[in-house]
Design a binder for this molecule. Sequence first.
Ligand SMILES: C[C@H](O)[C@@H](O)CC(=O)C(=O)O
Length: 662
Amino acid sequence: MTTENLKILSLEVKDVRFPTSLNGHGSDAMHTDPDYSCAYVILKTAKGTEGHGLTFTCGRGTEIVVKAIKSLSYMVVGQTVVEIFKDFATFWRNLTSETQIRWLGPEKGVTHLATAAIINALWDLWAKLLNKPLWRLLVDMDPEQLVSTIDFRYISDVLTKEEAIEILRSSESKKDERTTKLLKKGYPAYTTQVGWLGYSTELITDLCQKYLDMGFTSFKVKVGGDLQDDIKRLTAVRNIIGWENKLMVDANQVWDVQEAIEWIKNLSEFKLHWVEEPTSPDDILGHATIAKALKPLGIGVATGEMCCNRVMFKQFLQAEALQYCQIDSARIGGVNELLSVYLMAHKFGVKVCPHAGGIGLCEMVQHLQMWDYISVSGTMRDRIIEYVDQQHEHFVDPCVVENACYQAPKAAGYSTTFLPDTFTKYEYPNGVTYAHPSAVELFQDVYHTCLKEFSLGCVKPKSLHWLNTVIKEPVIKISNDLEIVKTADSEGVQERSNAKDVFDAFEDFIQSHRLVAKVPEILRLDGPLGSLLPRSFRPEELTVPLATTGRSRTVKKIIVPFLLGLKFKTAVIVPLALALIALKTWKALTLGLLSLVLTGALLIFKLSHSKVTTYEVLHYPHHHHVDHHHVEHHPPTGWEHPGYGRQLDAQELAYNGYVGSN
Ligand SMILES: C[C@H](O)[C@@H](O)CC(=O)C(=O)O
């Protein structure tokens, strides 16, 4: 099969999510609980070579991007790679101008994220087919070929095709020398890993030391939650990194224009290199005002991770609204459009420092920035690539950062291929990560990850996350042998859609669920005692309702005052309450089961010594619970003569055990 007629046979798309919010990784003033995620595209060809591409998302909503990719896929599948790559600009324009879908954008939001994932997968495929890392593929293209991938519509008033070719041509003779330098030294990186907003000051301090020891000289910290808190954390950071190293802050769009100026003036004593995303990503003139106000303080404005297309970048550059241009490899429409932004930034003399806080962004932007160094800007001065130390282990060719410098990727492609195991574990919602842990596993996790490290702050999000995910499930696992199960007849009856408050909801929950315990193996049909027991004593499971009918408003009457007295926090108390119910009932069930075992033993004894009837009378009452609840109320007729008389109902036995244990 030649590449000439190589067709794209299929486009597969996956929703992959990592529960990073549980530990505050990736958190900022606006995205307080991001679950680093992506919509992931796999293009398959007849040759077996695959193109993998992704666009970054923060958890919920990834399914919408996945759907958009599926809607666009008909424009890719069935095309030959040559048709696409020989006039990539036209393909890109057609994809972004799909005559009906474009109404949803155009060239912004979900549809443009979808475009980015598809386009990135195509570039990965192209580089793999030519057996080159993407940066090398770009560097090796002659200027005309590279420019043929760019759609100049809407930007030719500031950058023409001819100007772009001229920029690239002027670097041609220096490419080899720059490549050698890059391969030797790598490209400088800064770290954001030290400063997520959800991290405690102690953790931030430890991480600053860690990254300082790794050779980092530039650090970025999230701000914008609370001014005093920002001052506290920046003081701690400066105490560790000193005053020679660079410090940047990132507000992730939280402020109004004037508020941004005031806030940053209050932080200016920390010698800030730049403030990132101070206000709305769409407010070009607002950014210009901020940039002008902060210039005398020596603080630059950085933005771009949510700048939605080349037209917006064009205007940011025209308005002098940014000093650091932060392209994001998965936000605007993939490599083709990003190349045009690099070329425009070069023309305006603005430094590109790519954004990389997200899945696979470090892997991708390194290629673009390296191409920029070799083929466009020719310098790394005051240019730096963000480094976020998360999820790299999921890639076949993860980025390599040594001595705070990205090392030039060697493997073919765009470094975007996930390991197969990643899908098994993190594909949403069927990956093993999303098989909900039991309450016991949750407690073990909380103990190992939070309490052991005295990090109480992580108890609440973990408990809340667990509760939120399991509460709507028909089965909630408490332990391997114990589950809370929605009763079949409760559907639509027990739970009131107009439940007034959390207590009503909790009451409804209790009324509509039952606790189910697995019978110990020894008593099961195939267990050692199972075959000796009468059929009715061999249940696979025992069931206990969480509330008896008629016992109304238990929660409000009893639990509410108790919880209020404790200054109850829903997030922690509710899972604990569930577990307590489970433990309590488990105790009762254990007693119930014990009585079953004793009964079974008695039965065996009885069968083998049929004449000694008095033993049971003497021995039976010695078991307190069984004696109290059954011998007293029900004459022990069934014990001497299994097969007739009243047989003890396991559920009732266990429930009475529960009542008795209270
Ligand atoms: C939600 C992301 O983690 C975001 O905070 C990343 C970002 O803004 C950055 O890395 O810069």
